[in-house]
Design a protein around this ligand. Structure first.
Ligand code: ADE
Length: 283
């Protein structure tokens, strides 16, 4: 089974442009050739290998950061990675911190989400593709794959990084940041982080049968904290770039650990869940 493992890496703001060079990706599939039932993925797919584990890299916002969080074709991205043979997805994301206990540069592996988006396609099961027929009500606990999430934590600890286990990420529609009143409301709801992209990615991956986990980096305090500067896009990128090596190293290490495991049962279990969650009678 181990040699069938393939890890898709979805790289967020500040990371997608360079990672294929860092990871020595030897070949690529153009966006055009990766077109699927849901359209074109955000970027070309770069194929590589880390310690014998195959990887596929995708830049979430496209080459040159051309797609806004609303404009990203999340379905085409996930489907392109599935069709490329991925069994897992590791995603990186820059986030605002909604809590005192998460400071700038802190790594977090989230374990739940609150979806505050309103203009995105949130399911594969809408009749677009014959592969996804019927009506499928996927459970969202656990939202992120626990075993893959644990590996991200293990990887970071092995590297000596401070990383926080668990946390709720609120995904807002964007592209604007939250108002102060909104930021405080998200805190009251129990959000620990705020970003613009984890939803619908995390639940589309689950519908597609891919084991998905994310490593988040806090880049700012949004605008709720009196003693801190309010979030600004330029500062998000600066803080992310200052800490980008940490994310790259965690991904690299996590891929190696994933490659050492036997995932057959996890994949079968997720596929059973997808099938049993589909309520449409089989013809
Ligand atoms: N990404 C990074 N910081 C953010 C914030 N404060 N709100 C939404 N998305 C973000």
């Amino acid at each position: 089974m181990a040699n069938k493992i393939k890890v898709g890496l979805i790289c967020g703001s500040g990371l997608g442009e360079t990672l294929h060079k860092t990871f020595n990706c030897s070949s690529k599939t153009s966006r055009e050739n990766a077109e699927n039932d849901f359209g074109y993925p955000s970027s070309d797919l770069y194929h590589g290998c880390i310690d014998g584990v195959n990887i596929v890299l995708l830049a979430r916002h496209g080459a040159g950061h051309v797609f806004s969080p609303t404009g990203v074709n999340y379905r085409a991205n996930i489907e392109a990675l599935r069709l490329a043979g991925c069994t897992h997805i590791l995603a990186s994301t820059a986030c605002g911190s909604l809590t005192e206990s998460i400071s700038r540069g802190q790594l977090v592996v989230p374990d739940s989400f609150i979806d505050r988006t309103n203009s995105r396609k949130g399911t594969f099961y809408d009749g677009t593709s014959a592969k996804y027929s019927g009506v499928c009500h996927m459970p969202m606990e656990p939202a992120f794959d626990p075993r893959t999430s644990e590996i991200l934590l293990q990887a970071a600890k092995k590297l000596g990084y401070n990383i926080k286990k668990g946390g709720t990420v609120v995904t807002i529609e964007g592209p604007r940041f939250s108002s102060k009143a909104e930021s405080n409301a998200l805190r009251l709801w129990g959000g620990h982080l705020v970003n613009m992209t984890i939803c619908p990615e995390v639940f589309l991956a689950k519908e597609a049968g891919l084991l998905y986990a994310a490593v988040a980096m806090a880049t700012d305090y949004d605008c709720w904290k009196e003693s801190e500067d309010n979030v600004h896009a330029a500062d998000v990128l600066v803080v992310f770039r200052q800490n980008v090596d940490k994310i790259t190293n965690v991904l690299l290490e996590a891929v190696k650990i994933i490659g050492c495991g036997d995932w057959e049962q996890d994949i079968l279990k997720l596929n059973d869940l997808i099938e049993s969650s589909n309520v449409t009678a089989k013809k």
